[in-house]
Design a protein around this ligand. Structure first.
Ligand code: ADP
Ligand code: MG
Length: 307
């Protein structure tokens, strides 16, 4: 691309709320085959709320609520804020938990510590099974199936060697997520999703926005591997030229930074973490996801004319 084309593309993009950081980024945007979306905070709003709570024994409620508030106190994860807010509303008088060890944060799983000599943990199923905390209650089992099937994330509370409670957390789909996927498809671009969340929740979100291919329970390294696999595929668009697919990644989190760096074009949600913004070629300054489509349109207009 000529320097003039890059300048024109950059300034038109700025007018649409797209901050262009990489010089060649807009040209790559004109030749995309696949866009990979992170789920939490990208396809969804990233401000989750608790929609339901279940405890195995009602007499345990105050204890469970107090444990959750105290253990999630220092976590910056959006889920931690959601359960804290809910717990405080549900049981405003917090029990004093005197002998509490330092809280351990397990990335992609949850938080745990020891209270009065008993191990407690708040997080996903993986965290529970790794700590030997079993789901023994049929109520919790049914609750988990029901909510994961409807796209909620279930957060379990482990106490000792059993799961004593569960929260269902809902993170709303961005209102334009479905339109974005459809608009990209019209332009011959396939949308896929990558997420650290569990398979069933991922499936519900993917189908709600019309995404047919996704990778769930992915660590940051898994997200990179998934992108590399997509890049190695020859897309219908480039078939006649036998070129590798051009893959864009859209993300917001610290856990997206490695895959943003591995993509042919990286886009960060402007309200996302600093790490993601730093790693990205394009920063989407507006709250709407449709800016992804605008970036493609602007780049195609700019570069298709000039070539
Ligand atoms: P995502 O890619 O969905 O943003 P993360 O890698 O941040 O996911 O976390 C994966 C999962 O780990 C979450 O969906 C949640 O179930 C669990 N988790 C992580 N941190 C916490 C926490 N502080 N409290 C409860 N659950 C957590
Ligand atoms: Mg995210």
């Amino acid at each position: 691309a000529t320097p003039t084309a890059i300048m024109v593309g950059t300034s038109v993009a700025a007018g649409s709320g797209i901050l262009v950081k990489g010089g060649e980024a807009m040209e790559v945007a004109s030749r995309l085959d696949v866009v990979a979306f992170d789920k939490t905070g990208t396809l969804t709003t990233g401000s989750p709320t608790v929609v339901a709570f279940k405890s195995t024994r009602p007499e345990n409620l105050d204890y469970i609520i107090s444990v959750v508030v105290s253990i999630e106190k220092d976590s910056e994860h959006p889920i931690a804020k959601a359960v804290r807010d809910y717990a405080r509303r549900r049981s405003p008088t917090e029990l004093a938990l005197s002998a509490k060890s330092e809280v351990q944060i397990v990335a992609g799983q949850g938080v745990c510590c020891v209270v009065n000599g008993i191990a407690v943990a708040v997080g996903n199923g993986k965290l529970m099974s790794e700590r030997g905390m079993k789901v023994v209650s049929k109520d919790i089992e049914d609750f988990t199936v029901e909510h994961e099937d409807s796209g909620h994330t279930v957060v379990l509370v482990g106490i000792g060697n059993a799961v004593g409670g569960a929260f269902a957390v809902s993170d709303e789909l961005r209102p334009d997520a479905k339109d974005v996927v459809a608009a990209l498809r019209e332009r011959g671009i396939k949308s896929v999703m990558v997420t650290g969340d569990n398979w069933k929740t991922a499936r519900a979100i993917a189908s709600a926005c019309g995404i047919e291919e996704f990778h769930a329970e992915a660590s940051p390294a898994d997200k990179v591997a998934f992108l590399k696999k997509l890049q190695g595929e020859c897309s219908p668009r480039s078939k006649n030229k036998f070129e590798a697919s051009k893959v864009a990644m859209v993300g917001d989190g610290i856990n997206d930074a490695p895959s943003l760096a591995a993509a042919d074009l990286s886009m960060a949600i402007g309200a996302g973490t600093d790490v993601a913004i730093e790693a990205a070629d394009l920063v989407l300054m507006h709250a709407d996801l449709y800016t992804v489509v605008r970036a493609v349109d602007i780049s195609q207009k700019t570069f298709r004319q000039i070539r």
